[in-house]
Design a protein around this ligand. Sequence first.
Ligand code: ADP
Length: 316
Amino acid sequence: MLAIETENVVKQYRNGVQALSGLSLSVNAGEIFSLLGENGAGKSTLIRILTTYLRPTSGGVTMLGKNIYTDAAWIRSQIACVAQQTSIDMHLSLEENMLFQSRLYKIPKEEVGKRMEKLISDFGLGRYRKYPVSSYSGGVRRRLDIALNMMSKPKILFLDEPTVGMDARSRNSMWEMMKQVCNDFETTIFLTTHYLEEADSLSNNVCIMKNGKAVKQGTPAKLRSLLRENIIRLQFVTGDEAKEHMGEVQNILPQEEMLIRNSAVIIHSHDAQSDMERVISFLAEHHIRFQGIESTQPTLEDVFLRLTQREREGCI
Ligand code: ADP
């Protein structure tokens, strides 16, 4: 069954900006789905539509088999959204927040205690239950916010950049929690993220958006396999050095596409071994300082950058 299906969704704001221009995507029930796109691609607009805050200008949206135009109230009762600004009340404890949430969602009294205990125990949040939420770090607050939003047993949970600004340990705890939400509670997760590695390791399916449209959709492995080339990363010490030498590298490999990422020249290579040898001997002959060179399989980030940076769409 599909949790979400959008067909040719267009959203034009009053000021004339067309944030979505015929977006079609589908999300399977019970999966983790990641929406990727650069700033301005239309991700927030889509989430606002799917969470029923905004009406599309045209196009079809079906969620859990119901139509968003006619069944918005029912859909709203089946979903939850953890936005970047946490909705949790900082002055209340986790337990108090959960009780408050249960009243908002009119959860039957006999259910409240059971749900609360299950969530606190399943997510290992026992030590956070009694103290005001403000006493915890940002990473913990986000996890508490998710637990709070699970009180209503949502069928779909929207997470807007759930791990932004987190350190590695908090990010790992968050990843575990998301997997648990999906596996143990059978809740579909729809997330936006800027961390491609996160989308790659967590999601069943990914959609890459550009200019209000879906450019590609599929499993991370399928998207990675779209790039048939290998990637050669030529690492310099600084970004300026990478910029300075990219032209020379391009001259010796005129047939390959390349771009700068941070302080590396990224070469999309059709013959990694021969290209590597030519680059290394050129650098050695001209005494050009570099930090390292490696040839790897493309990552989801390589695919993302390729799809969103190139002017021509549908090129791979
Ligand atoms: P993203 O979340 O991917 O950064 P958004 O959906 O926020 O993208 O924005 C897509 C486009 O719509 C951008 O050009 C943005 O400036 C515009 N936009 C977003 N919200 C509004 C609004 N309320 N009114 C007018 N234009 C908007």
